[in-house]
Design a binder for this molecule. Structure first.
Ligand code: 13P
Length: 247
C-alpha cells in the first residue's frame, strides 16, 4: 500500500498560509507517499485550488452526520467534498473532548463521509490517565469497535492512532509501544471488517517531527502519520514526507 503523510492544521491558517502549500508542492512534486493537508474549513477551497495539478490532496477536519438541514454553523460531508476535499479527519480527540463526540457520533460522521466518496480518517487514542491505569488497549479497542462503520474498506477508511497525551507535548510512546498498539489495532480491525483490514492505512499521530519520523515509520503496521504542529511549515512537513517516502 502507498503510505500517507497527513497534516492537520487544526484551527490555524489564513489565506496567507497558502504560501506553505506552494513551497511544499514545489519541493515535493512527486513523493512516493500520499501527501494530504487538512486545513480549517474556510481554507479547503482555496487550498484545493492551490494544490490542483500537484501531488497534494486536501481534506477537512469534521462534518455533520446529516446531509443538509437546519444545523447552523455546521458543514456536511458533501460540502467538504464540493470544496475540493478527498478526505475527512473524524473523531479527533480534540473534538471528542471539546464537543463531547462519542464513538457513535464519529461512526455516523464516518458513514456520511464514505457515502459521498470521501476517505474517513478515524482518530482513536487513550488519555494519559487511561494509559497510567493500564487501559490503553482496552480504550483503543472500544473506540475502534464503536467508531468504524460496517462495510469500511481499505479505500474508504484510514485509522489514526493518536495518544492524547502525546499531542502537542513533544512526548511519544516508545517505539515498541507504538508497534504493539498498531499490531493490536490491525488485529481488531480484522475482527471488525475482515480481510480489508490488511490494506487500511494505520497512521501514528502525536508529536511526529522530522527528528523522530524515520524511526517511527520503520515500524511494522505504521503506514503513515497524522501530523499537527509540524504540518504548518512546509520545511518540517516536507521532511516528514521525505522520511515516509524513503521508509
Ligand atoms: P502534534 O503533531 O502537534 O502533536 O498533533 C498531532 C495531532 O493531533 C494531529 O491530528
Amino acid at each position: 500500500m502507498r503510505k500517507l503523510a497527513a497534516g492537520n492544521w487544526k484551527m490555524n491558517g489564513l489565506a496567507a498560509s497558502l504560501a506553505e502549500v506552494k513551497a511544499l508542492t514545489e519541493a515535493h512534486p512527486a513523493p512516493a507517499c500520499e501527501m494530504l493537508l487538512c486545513p480549517p474549513a474556510t481554507l479547503i477551497a482555496q487550498m484545493a485550488g492551490a494544490a490542483k495539478g500537484t501531488a497534494l490532496m486536501v481534506g477537512g477536519q469534521d462534518c455533520h452526520p446529516k446531509a443538509s438541514g437546519a444545523h447552523t454553523g455546521d458543514v456536511s460531508a458533501a460540502m467538504v467534498k464540493d470544496a475540493g476535499a478527498s478526505h475527512l479527519i473524524l473523531g479527533h480527540s480534540e473534538r471528542r473532548a471539546d464537543h463531547g463526540e462519542t464513538d457513535a457520533l464519529v461512526r455516523a460522521k464516518a458513514e456520511a463521509a464514505m457515502a459521498v466518496g470521501l476517505v474517513a480518517i478515524v482518530c482513536i487514542g487513550e488519555t494519559e490517565a487511561e494509559r497510567d491505569a493500564g487501559r490503553t488497549l482496552n480504550v483503543v479497542g472500544t473506540q475502534l469497535a464503536g467508531s468504524v462503520p460496517d462495510g469500511a474498506t481499505a479505500a474508504t477508511l484510514v485509522i489514526a492512532y493518536e495518544p492524547v497525551w502525546a499531542i502537542g507535548t513533544g512526548r511519544t510512546p516508545t517505539l515498541p509501544e507504538i508497534a504493539e498498539i498498531h499490531a493490536f489495532i490491525r488485529a481488531r480491525l480484522t475482527d471488525r471488517i475482515g480481510a480489508e483490514a490488511a490494506g487500511v492505512r494505520l497512521l501514528y499521530g502525536g508529536s511526529v517531527k522530522p527528528s523522530n519520523a524515520v524511526d517511527i515509520f520503520a515500524l511494522a503496521n505504521v503506514d503513515g502519520a497524522l501530523v499537527g504542529g509540524a504540518s504548518l511549515k512546509a520545511a518540517d512537513f516536507g521532511a516528514i514526507v521525505a522520511a515516509l517516502s524513503a521508509a
